[in-house]
Design a protein around this ligand. Structure first.
Ligand SMILES: Cc1cc2nc3c(=O)[nH]c(=O)nc-3n(C[C@H](O)[C@H](O)[C@H](O)COP(=O)(O)OP(=O)(O)OC[C@H]3O[C@@H](n4cnc5c(N)ncnc54)[C@H](O)[C@@H]3O)c2cc1C
Ligand code: FES
Length: 249
């Protein structure tokens, strides 16, 4: 993990309430798919955790939904604005060579860490992506999602693509997709639905958890989650990616 000063290159609206922020760091830092960064926002003592969507040399892109004060302030950051960033953080997704068929199941802002996985594995593994959004106005990053061999966009209201959730879309296609592994990120009810849906199928499922965070580096314990074995884990340091059966969801 490095504490870096970065300069904003671009900060643009890409969907309703969603922005894409690209910044340049002082030096290139290798980032694994599923890793995240903590972005400092002026006036807020705590940095905000955001998944890395894309990292190419010194250029890093994150996408954020405007939620509270911190992300609202971030919208005002223009080209050249300085940022303090901790990068890279967390474990990220890691696949074994035999995991050739990969399903990614994302919902809401949980789509963003999965974009980095699609970018990393496209071309070398067969990817089926099921990405859920509230409605058509919330759909973004189509060109990134389309790197997958098969893409199903799901919307709650059916205004684009499949009407229903990403998990429902995935389960309707699972016999065709025959995944060796599932990577997922999204709201807790979505992760629970996925866990129930795949139980008994003997497919490894890795989920990226989006707990509230303070420090992002394992020091404050704000992000602690319960593990199935009765112990605890720090989502920022031990995760954010866990095998679905390892943690209480
Ligand atoms: C590993 C990880 C990756 C994430 N990646 C993304 C992403 O790529 N895009 C995106 O839009 N959102 C992402 N989130 C959620 C994002 O961090 C929060 O929406 C954001 O911090 C809210 O900040 P705020 O100041 O706007 O809201 P406020 O509600 O005002 O935030 C108050 C405090 O709570 C924390 N907080 C609030 N909601 C969350 C949350 N869901 N997760 C973690 N901390 C939270 C904030 O960091 C801040 O310290 C991610 C969260 C985690 C843990
Ligand atoms: S956010 Fe501080 S320990 Fe995880």
């Amino acid at each position: 993990m490095r504490e870096l000063t970065a300069a904003v290159l671009e900060n643009v609206r890409i969907a309703e309430n969603i922005y894409s922020l690209t910044f340049a760091t002082e030096e290139a830092v290798p980032v694994l798919p599923g890793q995240f960064c903590m972005v400092g926002v002026a006036g807020y003592p705590l940095r905000r955790p955001l998944a890395v969507c894309k990292a190419e040399g010194e250029r890093v892109t994150v996408c954020y939904q405007v939620k509270g004060g911190g992300t609202k302030s971030l919208v005002g950051y223009k080209q050249g604005h300085r940022l303090s960033v901790l990068l890279p953080l967390g474990n990220g997704f890691s696949l074994t060579p035999d995991m050739k068929r990969v399903a990614v199941v994302g919902g809401g802002v949980g789509v963003f860490p999965l974009i980095s996985a699609i970018r990393a594995y496209a071309g070398e593994r067969e990817i089926s992506a099921y990405m859920g959004f509230r409605n058509r106005a919330a759909v973004c990053l189509r060109y990134e999602m389309q790197r997958a061999d098969k893409l199903v966009i799901a919307t709650d209201d059916g205004s684009e693509g499949y009407r229903g959730t990403a998990v429902q879309a995935f389960m309707e296609d699972i016999e065709r997709a025959k995944p060796d592994v599932v990577l997922s990120c999204g709201p807790t009810p979505m992760l629970r639905a996925l866990k129930n849906a795949v139980s008994g199928r003997n497919i490894p499922v890795y989920v990226s958890l989006e707990e509230r965070m303070g420090c992002g580096i394992g020091a404050c314990l704000v992000c602690v989650c319960d593990k199935k074995d009765g112990t605890h884990a720090r989502v920022c340091r031990d995760g954010p990616v866990f095998e679905i059966g390892e943690v209480e969801i």
